[in-house]
Design a binder for this molecule. Sequence first.
Ligand code: SAM
Length: 329
Amino acid sequence: MLVDSFGRVATDLRVSLTDRCNLRCAYCMPPEGLDWLPKPDLLTGEEVVRLVRIGVERLGIREVRFTGGEPLLRRELVDIVTAAAALRPRPQVSLTSNGIGLARLAEPLAKAGLDRVNISLDTLDREVFARLAHRDRLHDVLDGLAAAAAAGLTPVKVNAVLMRGINEHDAVPLLRHCLDRGYELRFIEQMPLDAQHGWRRDDMVTADEILGLLKDSFDLTEDDPRERGSAPAELFLVDGGPGRVGVIGSVTRPFCGACDRVRITADGQVRNCLFATEESDLRTALRSGASDDDLAARWVAAVRGKKAGHGIDDSAFLQPARPMSAIGG
Ligand code: SAM
């Protein structure tokens, strides 16, 4: 088991398949993009599958979420999902994606064993989308969402980040759009993980503000908190339900005490937290002939050192060197 020194058990594995992305969301990376990881540094599809297998078969991982960067850019994605879904005990297999390309891939991914998707969508306004993501691709994201639902990748969850002065006013139309189509919308507070280091606490649209914006148009009642478990979102029934909305207050309402996540970056580093400043290298061992036992032992040791919390409120907080796109959100 992957147990840390505070007794938390990591069962939810986030695997980044690439640091590349076809959008340039302002809260994530600059318009000109970043220096991507060199290809030889990336884990191959087989290496990814081996680590996932060790996690599932030996270390108690029950959920595997592929992310990035943009995971749909990874050519072997369908094969990787097929291999993950064939593991026993069968893990839940999901994907976090911007949805571009999902119109074509949703069906093959569902057939490969993908259970569900989280799609990022911050606005329904084409101009705002193009300004925020620096690409005119809103129609592709909406097509991807519809294809995911049609392929049965449900519940389709939608992630939205609000930026002050850019898309706060999209909160209500986004929720209406999602409720009408049976998607579960979650708002995520903007975190200090952008490559440009442009995050300012005062600019962040807080969970309280998000709830305030929604309450002007909807009646929100807290869903049974016992249902929340280790999930980061606080859930609210909308207008009495059954539709729900979630708010992930990563900064103002941290949930580190219940965290059950562990991450592997696209270049094979174990990270215990989005905000970790330390990583444990599995790739070097993997490529030097380490056995499954050895890799499992290194992974166990890496998780043991997980910190109590993300520390954003500590005066000594330092933003991690890697941006979100290179960690795997
Ligand atoms: N490309 C995929 C996508 O768009 O969902 C997966 C990777 S992306 C890094 C994963 C999630 O992180 C997205 O929902 C995105 O909105 C969110 N994200 C990126 N930067 C963020 C930040 N600074 N604060 C909060 N969420 C962020």
